[in-house]
Design a protein around this ligand. Structure first.
Ligand SMILES: *Cc1c(COP(=O)(O)O)cnc(C)c1O
Length: 472
């Protein structure tokens, strides 16, 4: 990323750390060496200027883990996850996590459901999408039909990884736009865009835009009816990046997972509500039929060949080890308590924000522990971007962004409640929001619009939905 302001070519170093003046080029390869203590201090001081991750209400990604998890991660970051032959125990923890997720998501044969860890949901969605595409191609070839024009149906609220999938692997994205108060995919809209070239429908359990769940059950039922009418057997991938680790604990009665025969694969971000630091995602297929074997490549494992399906090769073992630690440490009841607490904080926060007056709530933490809200109709003299900026002055990172087609007119603020965001912090946040209002209400006109904030990139490109300005 380039920064707009001119910069000195050399880093300036606190004279206390060095005995003689030093020249350290900022972004040219250094000619000589530095003392490790000096190098450490230079890097450390630079990173001090980042925002405080604990006050980052923009991201779904974990910002705190227990010291025991930190220690295990330190102990395993030197092990390459792909060296399954050399580190069979790390490899085994990975397959145990896959089976635990298959169990949590109600696979009918837990030991037979294929799956893998990934770097995050983006890679997991690519793999889920690729399996859909290959299955469709194989079925079409077997039927002697052309395979040139695959498409995938999804809501315009998809995370950017699905647009990447469609773009990188030449699949036509059939995006269902938002309309009125409908902010995600519905069964009727999805089915209307399916045809014989549809490799699958990607549904989202926990839209990044507002935290709402898409109606996976309805979509599957509508696709069942479509199959009766047309013969097209269109599978569903559930992108449960957030909800895959919320719904099983907080909404056990909600049927969205492998209990639905049409659900072929599910992904989640281990580093979101899986409660692990960034760098881990998961994808699980319902059974071996859902994952074409011609996508698998073999790596050496205990003297035999282990089939794998990933985009990356080398990765540290630490994230998978930390995920296994969390599963073991918290179990079902522990995860339920942690996620339920986040949901309660989100719900309480939504009620209080609604009571402040100038805001109109879109979601209230009832699905993902996410609160999305906009300004009431009669507020015309300041924008959600102004609110975001005022909160930033207090250290809170709350993104403001506009919705995708056809609601680009709607600009919202979004708060993601995660483990570590307590009722006390929420109360402090509310005080800061309330204290910011008089100044905003005194403005003659909005100061910031979507261009200045340019948050759409943040929400679309990763879940670190921090405004661009915050990065420079
Ligand atoms: C966060 C998110 C992604 C991308 O996940 P990463 O783990 O950041 O790669 C994909 N889909 C949805 C719905 C998300 O919320």
């Amino acid at each position: 990323m380039t920064l707009s302001r001119p910069r000195r070519p050399d880093l300036s170093v606190n004279p206390i750390f060095t005995r003689a003046p030093l020249r350290i080029p900022r972004d040219r390869f250094p000619a000589g060496e530095l003392d490790p203590a000096v190098a450490y201090q230079v890097v450390h001081d630079e990173l001090m200027l980042d925002g405080n991750p604990r006050l980052n209400l923009a991201t779904f990604v974990t910002t705190w883990m227990e010291p025991q998890a930190d220690r295990l991660m330190d102990e395993s970051r030197d092990k390459n996850l792909i060296d399954k032959d050399e580190y069979p125990h790390t490899a085994d923890l990975e397959s145990r996590c896959v089976r635990m997720l298959a169990d949590l998501w109600h696979a009918s044969d837990i030991d037979d459901a294929p799956g893998t860890s990934t770097t995050g949901s983006s890679e997991a969605c690519m793999l889920g999408g690729l399996a859909l595409k290959r299955r469709w191609q194989n079925a079409r070839r077997a039927a002697g039909k052309p395979t040139g024009r695959p498409n995938i149906v999804m809501g315009s609220n998809v995370q950017v990884c699905w647009e990447k999938f469609a773009n990188y692997w030449d699949v036509e994205p059939r995006l269902v736009p938002m309309e009125g108060e409908r902010f995600h995919l519905t069964a009727e809209e999805a089915v209307a865009r399916c045809d014989e070239n549809t490799i699958g429908v990607a549904t989202i359990l926990g839209s990044t835009f507002d935290g709402s769940y898409e109606p996976v059950l309805d979509i599957c039922t509508a696709l069942d009816r479509l199959q009766e009418r047309s013969g097209w057997d269109i599978p569903v991938h559930v992108d449960a990046a957030g909800g895959g680790m919320i719904a099983p604990f907080c909404d056990p009665e909600l049927v969205w997972d492998f209990r639905l025969p049409r659900v072929a694969s599910i992904n989640t971000s281990g580093h979101k509500y899986g409660l692990v630091y960034p760098g881990v995602g998961w994808v699980v297929w319902r059974d071996p039929d859902a994952l074409p074997s011609d996508l698998m490549l073999n790596v050496n494992y205990l003297g035999s060949q282990l089939p794998t399906f990933t985009l990356n090769f080398s990765r540290p073992g630490s994230q998978v080890v930390a995920q296994y630690y969390n599963f073991l440490r918290l179990g079902f009841e522990g995860y339920r308590r942690v996620q339920q607490y986040s949901r309660e904080v989100a719900r309480a926060l939504a009620i209080s924000i609604g009571e402040l007056g100038p805001f109109q709530m879109l979601t209230r933490g009832d699905e993902l522990p996410v609160v999305a809200f906009t300004l009431a109709q009669d507020v015309t003299n300041y924008s959600v971007f102004d609110v975001s900026s005022a909160l930033r002055e207090q250290g809170w990172l709350v993104p403001a962004y506009t919705f995708p087609d056809n609601r680009t007119d709607l600009a919202v603020l979004r708060i993601v409640v995660r483990n570590g965001f307590t009722h006390d912090l929420a109360d402090q946040f509310l005080r800061d929001l309330r204290d910011a209002l008089p100044l905003l209400q005194g403005q003659p006109a909005p100061l910031r619009g979507p261009e200045a904030g340019s948050f759409s990139h943040g929400i679309g490109s990763s879940d670190q939905a921090v405004p661009q300005e915050a990065r420079s």
